[in-house]
Design a protein around this ligand. Structure first.
Ligand SMILES: [Cu+2]
Length: 590
């Protein structure tokens, strides 16, 4: 049985002149025709992403249609043809909005909703998006169609509602509809929905299939005076994505030479940065206090954002608000899919211009991304409107979190076995820089004929040890559950791989095998990681330990009993990596 990756490799067509060698992709240069360097920054206003939001706070049924769209991403570029999520039932197929990002769904904890995602993308639509300046270079003769599957990232949902390639490997063909129930049985936070069709995720996501899902609850109600609002005025979604474009406005996604990995590339990095769908936009704020809901929506880039001298206070991450107190920071270090809920204090900057900028991530994070510094310009007005938010949430003003406290109370991770069971997750890269390059988890590719299925006990608690044997940081994402980052050990990855590795990297081992290779005690996570998360940076030369309880939502149960074992995946969120088998199945059963 061929994996999806191998099918793709066999089906790759295209002229050699249009191929871009890996050296170019991972060096400082980009695809030959990318026009990032020629575009003037800060000429387009940042879209606020509220004009097409779907208010689902009262519950009900909602429709979202995936279809071809045309959007201006920069003043001086012709419109770009992209995939978009559109509100179903609107006039035509194009919502009259500034951004290609789909409609943000605003929902409420405890109020279930149903969403029907319809696939209106047509067989040739890949070739309309990935044209490389007029010459089609991507072809899909094995499957001449655009299949999609929408995953609500960070959602606590039943396996069949999750949108994952274990529960629904065939995904959804053109003309079909994926109908899902979201029970919203989790704390308020920013989730996001995006494509998750195994093997094509990187194409579908870079083409535009992504949008926000904002969950409110009794505390984070949208009107709590402790937290700046309202949405779209003082509470702003900030979705950051790097991309490349051709001079005709078309999206540029380079591919590798067929003799190496073609068409696969290791990671996609852009030479332009988009915020909410515009290249290097401009934002006007008041000298007041803002709440930025920041999402790293890049395919592969690890962001390290700063606001210059503007004070920032992290109040939340993927799993909701941080417990107790805001965390003062001057940087937002975020792997793909990570989110930060940040209070930004512009009160002392009246009349000034500041910038949201990006710098290379510091060690122990390792990434091959070329530098990309500019993100957005922010102009601060002279005066604030009456009633503008003027206070920072103080120490102890955020709710405590009993579940988090309960996990911590179980004590530190015990490599030799203790109160909490341990499970090793090894991250492997095989044949780097060669035609057989591939990735896997626990030494087995996702497409393996007898795939690894991790069986997790319903309501059980485990420590997962991500053992990174590769040279790069991988943002590891778990479906279904959020987790507490327990810490990281420095360790001798080379020595461990030499002892336990094989042709496919290091297979899963007993946790106790790690002890002789550790080079540090457990290093506590930084303040930004004190809350529940769904994505964690697993750095090279480290073992990253997370702890979770495997609860299930009511939609997976009937009369308090499991309807059936629930199917999910966990994976690296560098989408080129997840498409290349850095993903594993897991089952939650009672
Ligand atoms: Cu990865």
């Amino acid at each position: 049985m061929l994996t999806r990756r191998e099918l793709m490799k066999r089906s790759a067509l295209g002229g050699a002149a249009l191929m871009v060698p890996r050296a170019v992709l991972t060096g400082s240069a980009f695809g030959a025709t990318s026009v990032g360097a020629t575009l003037t920054p800060y000429v387009d206003p940042m879209p606020l992403l509220v004009d097409n939001a779907i208010d689902a706070t009262a519950g009900g049924k909602f429709g979202v249609t995936a279809a071809l769209v045309s959007r201006k991403v920069h003043r001086d570029l012709p419109a770009t043809t992209l995939f978009g999520y559109l509100r179903s039932g609107g006039p035509g197929t194009v919502d009259p909005v500034a951004s290609y990002l789909g409609p943000a769904i605003v929902a409420k904890t405890g109020v279930p909703i149903t969403v029907n995602y319809r696939n209106n993308l047509q067989p040739d639509d890949y070739l309309r998006v990935f044209t490389n300046g007029g010459s089609s270079y991507l072809q899909f003769p094995q499957e001449p169609e655009v299949r999609i599957m929408t995953h609500l990232h960070g959602a606590f949902v039943a396996g069949d509602d999750d949108g994952n390639p274990y529960a629904q490997p065939d995904a959804f063909r053109s003309g079909s509809t994926q109908s899902v129930s979201y029970p919203n049985e989790q704390p308020a936070t920013l989730l996001w929905y995006h494509d998750h069709y195994m093997g094509d995720t990187r194409m579908n996501v870079v083409a535009g299939l992504a949008a926000g899902y904002l969950l409110r609850d009794g505390f984070d109600s949208g009107t709590n005076p402790l937290l700046p609002g309202p949405l779209g005025r003082y509470e702003l979604p900030i979705v950051v994505q790097d991309r490349q474009f051709n001079a005709d406005g078309s999206l540029l996604y380079p591919v590798e030479d067929a003799d190496s990995n073609g068409p696969w590339i290791g990671e996609y990095f852009g030479d332009t940065m988009l915020v909410n769908g515009k290249v290097w936009p401009d934002l006007e704020v008041e000298p007041a206090v803002y709440r930025f809901r920041v999402l790293n929506g890049c395919n592969a880039r690890i962001l390290n954002l700063n606001l210059g001298a503007v004070p920032m206070y992290i109040i939340g991450a993927e799993g909701g608000l941080l417990p107790g107190s805001p965390v003062v920071t001057d940087k937002l270090l975020m792997g793909p899919a990570e989110r930060f809920d940040v209070i930004c204090d512009f009160r002392a900057f009246a009349g000034m211009t500041v910038h949201l900028s990006n710098t290379n991530p510091p060690a122990p994070v390792v990434t091959p991304a070329p530098s990309l510094t500019q993100v957005m310009r922010i102009r601060v007005k002279q005066t604030a409107s009456s009633g503008a938010p003027m206070s920072i949430p103080g120490p102890g003003s955020l709710p405590s979190n009993g579940e988090l406290d309960g996990l911590v109370a179980l004590g530190p991770p015990q490599l030799s076995g203790g109160a909490v069971a341990g499970r090793m997750i090894t991250l492997n890269e095989v044949g780097a820089e060669t035609p057989v390059w591939r990735l896997n988890i626990n030494g087995r590719p996702f497409g393996d004929p007898s795939p690894v299925v991790e069986t997790l006990p319903w309501n059980g608690v485990e420590d997962w040890y991500y053992v990174n044997t590769t040279g790069d940081t991988h943002p590891m994402h778990t479906h279904l559950f959020t987790f507490k980052v327990m810490g990281r050990y420095n360790f001798d990855a080379g020595g461990y791989a030499a002892k336990y590795g094989g042709a496919n990297g290091v297979p899963q081992q007993e946790i106790s095998t790690l002890a002789p290779f550790l080079k540090s005690p457990l290093i506590a996570p930084p303040g930004a990681e004190v809350g529940f998360k769904d994505t964690v940076k697993a750095n090279p030369g480290q073992v990253t330990v997370i702890r979770a309880r495997f609860k299930l939502p009511s939609t997976a149960l009937n009369g308090g009993k499991l309807i059936k074992p629930q199917r999910y995946v966990h994976h690296c969120h560098i989408v080129e990596h997840e498409d290349n088998d850095m993903m594993e199945r897991f089952l939650v059963s009672g």
